[in-house]
Structures are given as C-alpha cells and as structure tokens.
Design a protein around this ligand. Structure first.
Ligand code: FAD
Ligand code: SIN
Length: 562
C-alpha cells in the first residue's frame, strides 16, 4: 500500500466506484462518454467542469478530413515536427483514427465552423503541409467543443460528476491500482476505491512563470504516477508557444493570453522592432516553421533586447473578422487595436510532450491504471508536438482507453485503509503560493527555452532544497482541518516541485538539442540519441540514467502492461 506511512488518522470515508476518471478536459470527458453505460465517476478539482486547457484551445483540431489530405500526409508532418523521437505506431493511431473520431464528432453535431455551402472550413497552422484544422467559433474552438462535451456528460446518467474534488494520491497494492485518495470540498478526505482508474489531468504548464496554461495545469497526474512508481517518459520535452501576448497580465503569475498560430496560417507575419521579417532568413517555411524553431528565434531576439511583434493587420483586412474573435477580444482588453497596431509577443510554456508512459491503448505500467490526453506520453508527438494535434490526441486516446477498459473484467474489491496526509500550517511569509512562485521563476530562467549544464545543475540543487523544506513542513503535526483551497495549493506545490525536478534532471541527461529541448552547450542534434528516455521514481533517487527504449525494445520488453 503506497500511502500508509504512519499512525496518522485513517481516512474514514470510503466510497466505491466502478471506474474513476480524473479530469474533465477533452480526454477525460471523451473517455467517460465512451465508457457508458458502465458507471463512471468523473472528478475535477475545479468547482465546475470547465477547468483545464481544453476550454482555452484556440486554433482547432487537426485531422485528415479534407479531400486532398490523407492520414499518411498528416503522419509525415507529425513526424517531421517530432524531430526523430515519435513512436511510429502511436503516430499511425493518432492520424488514422483521428479522422474517424472527428467525423464521428461532426455526425454527432459538434459545432464546427462551416462555409456558406455548409462545408466544414479547414484552417492551416505551422508545419502542416496543408489545411487540416477544424475549428469552432473561429478561434474559440476549445470553449465550444468543451461546452458541447460537458452537456453530453451531464446528460449521461451513467456518469457521476464530482466537482471540487482534488485527487491527492493513487492508492496501489502489489502493482494494482486500488483507488484514489481524494479531498472533496464538502466531505473532506475520501478514499475512493475502484478497480479501474483513468488519469486525464492535463499538462504541466504552471511549472513556468511564463505560460499559456490555466492554473489547473500543475502536473498532478504525472506527479501521482511518479510517486506510485510508474514509468514516465520524455520529461525534458516542454513545448513553448511562440506567440503569447507579452503585456497586460493581471499579475506576473497569471497565464499569458495566446495569440493563435492560425493567424500565421492565414498570413500573419513576425517582425522585429526595425520591421524586419526575420523568420524568412531562418527557415523556408518562415513563420510556419515548426514551433520550437519560431519560439527560439523570438526568444533569442528578446534576450538581445529587441521587441517582437505579430502583424495581423492584413489578415483582419481580408474579411476574416469572425475567424478570430478571441484574439480580438484579448487585444481589446490589452488596449491594442490589431487592425491598425501590431501585437507584442513572446514565447510561453504551452504543452508537455513528456508524461506518464503509455502504450497505444493508454495502458500504463500499473495494472488497472490508464492515462490519456496531455498527461500521457505515448510518443505520438515526439520531441515537438505539431499544432492542433493535442485535442485530437484527447479524442483518439480517450476513445482507445475506454475501448480497452470495456474489455476488462473488474477484479475483487480491496478493503485497505489509507492515512490522511498532513497539510502544514504555514506562516504569512512562507506560503504555498510564494514557494510555487519561486519554483516557477527558477524553472523559466534555468530550465526554459535555452538550457545548459550549469543552469540545470543549479536548478536541481534548488529543487532539492525545496523538497527538503516541503518534507520538513509535512512532518509538523497540525490539529486544524484544512480547507479545500489549502489542500489544493499544498498538493499542487508538491506536485510541481517533484515534476520540475524531474524535468531538470531529464534535461541535464539529454546532452543534445532536439525539438523543444535546446542545450546551448550541446547545440546540435545527436543522431545516436534518437531514443525516448523512461524514468521511474527509483531511477531518479538513485541518480540512474533512466532506461532507454527504442521502439523495438519497447515492444519486445513489454514495457507497458495492463
Ligand atoms: P485538460 O483539458 O487540461 O483537463 C485537465 C483536467 O484535469 C481538468 O478538468 C482539471 O481540473 C483536472 N485535474 C487536474 N489535476 C487534478 C487533480 N489533482 N484532481 C482532480 N482533477 C484534476 N491544442 C490543440 O490541439 N488545438 C488548439 O487549438 C490548442 N490551443 C491551445 C490554447 C491554449 C491557450 C492552451 C493552454 C492549450 C492549447 N492546446 C491546443 C493544447 C490543448 O488544449 C491541451 O493539450 C488539451 O486540451 C489537454 O486536454 P486534457 O483533457 O488532457 O487536459
Ligand atoms: C494555437 O491556436 O496556436 C494553439 C494550437 C495548439 O497548441 O495546438
């Protein structure tokens, strides 16, 4: 049993579920819908279903649904962006089943944008060889798709939704999941037992002080999996989006509003402060080069003291007003009129290619536990995700996880008990919020877009100090009952601290530059390192190199079993 550590009070409330899905983004909701009529408990830590990145998505969903397109072409673009690290079977699943899933959504009535003749409109984004991005409400795709899925979820009687429910820890017994320890707003600590658990907790963007991600993106599922001893993969690969608005944040810690890549797909250009279109000098696709290349080019100019602007005036003058309402309202809030002014932009952490290692059915290395969406690392994205492939990933792998679970028989229920963790009482100076702020700043400065050994080593030393501090706080006995927000803030801090540390460790171990991972001390790609790296908690603590698995080894060694 992994969470019984002392003679602290045992959790008194025990509930049973057939299947628990943690996360109400596109991956979790789609998996839950596909699991009907089996009974599903769908958890989210936010007070409504809208938490997570899905509702914030702008550009759209990529899939080979156009007449001139094919899954093979979509796969080639995905692999080209992935810089030699994609798992080809996962790419094949994503791109071939992607079109099927999207066509199903269209026939179910998903609200995608259509032209005057009723045909679905296809947009273009960076590194896509052709137009294949389906969108809704122009650049409000996430909002519309999420709302549509949420309505289906709340109208499905077999899905029980639990909001304000923070998943704290996976409960494991002899390589089998037994359930999840949860803190619920009204009930407090609850041990939710279930033979099948799906992690769909999204990404890790909150690791960095500059991010496009909402406050929920705190790597909770990934951290729980690491503590439970699961294999995790490719943690060093964090994608920075090139164009986030570089002004008008309510505070330095709030997310940076995204200025969608779809604008560059329609011809928007990037200019330096002299008005020079610098991307033309750097790549044949100019502004539509892979994301990591554009993001780094902007970053390098910014640290040299320049300012970089996205010019969308021409795009808006071509009667595309209804296509970009979100960006227009972001600009209006920042006091910019994008029809006559240029938009100052900077890169921001956006998507984690690394995550819980999973096979093409979302199976993890723990029996009874599946993962889908951004929390997973199937290898479909390689070292750099192609734009608009992640909403698609949520649909394709959410569906596959459900199909796989539907074929399994539940094993007998476990009656174990778990202990209540200590949520420390902090003082005014040392708060979870302040510790998290320090960590995020450190990650951005030392483990961000450009990395080197000395920065990474100093980040790792700081992480180790933070881990000690967190550990020391957790031994202080407290008599008070924590509030939901205290549990969530402390839980998110310990998750970010653990995952941040591992991102730095994995970055230090990869001595080359590939896709989103760039080392100034190893600026070239090393063809010998086209290998995904898997780690477990034990590897990290024993300072081991992790395990390298190429695709053949992965299959033959059956790294993922369920
Ligand atoms: P999320 O949608 O992030 O959902 C995670 C869920 O898990 C939430 O419900 C959260 O509350 C819950 N959760 C997390 N931790 C816990 C916990 N401990 N306990 C209980 N619940 C928990 N991708 C595209 O393909 N196309 C786009 O156009 C696009 N645009 C984007 C724009 C922005 C601004 C951002 C931030 C991302 C964008 N992405 C886009 C990426 C994409 O939105 C995400 O990768 C995707 O939505 C992730 O979906 P998910 O279901 O895995 O997780
Ligand atoms: C965007 O609209 O630029 C984001 C698309 C994505 O991250 O896939």
């Amino acid at each position: 049993m992994n969470v019984v550590r002392s003679n602290r009070p045992k959790v008194c409330v025990i509930k049973h579920s057939e299947i628990i899905v943690i996360g109400s983004g596109i991956a979790g909701m789609f998996a839950a819908l596909r699991l009907a009529p089996r009974k599903v408990t769908l958890l989210t830590k936010t007070p409504s279903l809208t938490g997570g990145s899905t509702a914030w998505a702008q550009g759209g969903i990529a899939a080979a649904v156009g007449l001139t397109d094919s899954p093979q072409d979509h796969a080639s673009d995905t692999i080209l962006a992935g810089a030699g690290l994609n798992v080809s079977s996962a790419v094949e699943v994503l791109t071939s089943e992607g079109a099927d899933r999207l066509n199903e959504l269209i026939s179910m009535g998903a609200p995608f944008d259509r032209d005057d003749k009723g045909k679905i409109i296809l947009g273009r984004e960076a590194a896509h060889g052709q137009r294949r991005i389906v969108h809704a409400g122009g650049d409000s795709t996430g909002h519309h798709v999420h709302k549509w899925l949420s309505e289906l979820v709340v109208n499905t009687p077999s899905i029980e939704v639990k909001e304000s429910a923070f998943a704290w820890e996976l409960v494991v017994d002899r390589n089998h999941i037994c359930g999840v320890l949860i803190y619920q707003h009204k009930e407090g600590w609850v041990f939710h037992q279930a033979p099948f658990v799906v992690i769909a907790t999204g990404g890790s963007g909150q690791l960095f002080s500059a991010t496009t991600n909402p406050s929920e993106a705190t790597a909770d599922g990934l951290a729980m999996a690491i503590r439970a001893g699961l294999k995790v993969a490719d943690l060093e690969f964090v994608q920075f989006h090139p164009t986030a608005l570089s002004m008008s944040r309510t505070s330095k810690d709030s997310p940076m509003p995204l200025i969608t890549e779809a604008l560059r797909g329609e011809g928007a250009t990037l200019l330096d402060s002299k008005g020079h279109r610098f991307m033309k000098d750097l790549h044949s696709e100019a502004e539509l080069a892979p994301r990591d290349i554009v993001a780094r080019a902007i970053w390098e100019r910014l640290i040299d003291g320049d300012r970089i602007y996205l010019d969308i005036r021409d795009v808006l003058s071509r009667n595309l007003d209804n296509r970009f309402p979100t960006v227009q309202s972001i600009c209006a809030e920042a006091g910019i009129d994008p029809k006559i002014e240029m938009i100052p932009v900077a890169p921001a952490a956006h998507y984690h290619m690394g995550g819980i290692a999973a096979d093409e059915s979302g199976r993890t290395s723990l029996q009874g536990l599946w993962v889908c969406g951004e929390a997973a690392s199937t290898g479909a994205h390689g070292a750099n995700r192609l734009a608009s492939n992640s909403l698609l990933e949520g649909l394709v792998f959410g569906h596959r996880v459900a199909e796989d679970i539907l074929q399994k028989k539940a094993y007998s229920k476990n009656n174990s008990e778990v202990c209540v963790p200590i949520i420390p009482e902090l003082n005014e100076k040392i708060t979870a919020e302040n510790l998290t702020k320090g960590l995020r700043k450190l990650m951005y400065e030392k483990v961000g877009l450009r990395r080197n050994a000395s920065d990474l080593e100093s980040a790792i030393a700081s992480h180790q100090k933070l881990a000690k501090k967190i550990g020391a706080f957790e031994t202080r006995i407290s008599n008070r009952s924590p509030t939901f927000i205290q549990v969530r803030e402390w839980g998110e801090l310990r998750n970010l601290a653990l995952v941040g540390h591992l991102v730095a460790v994995a970055s230090l171990k990869r001595c080359e530059s590939r896709g989103a991972h760039y080392r100034t001390d190893f600026p070239n790609l090393d063809p010998g390192l086209a290998i995904r790296k898997y780690f477990t908690y034990e590897d990290i603590n024993s300072n081991s190199e992790g395990t390298s698995f190429d695709e053949t080894k992965r299959k033959s060694k059956n790294a993922i079993s369920n």
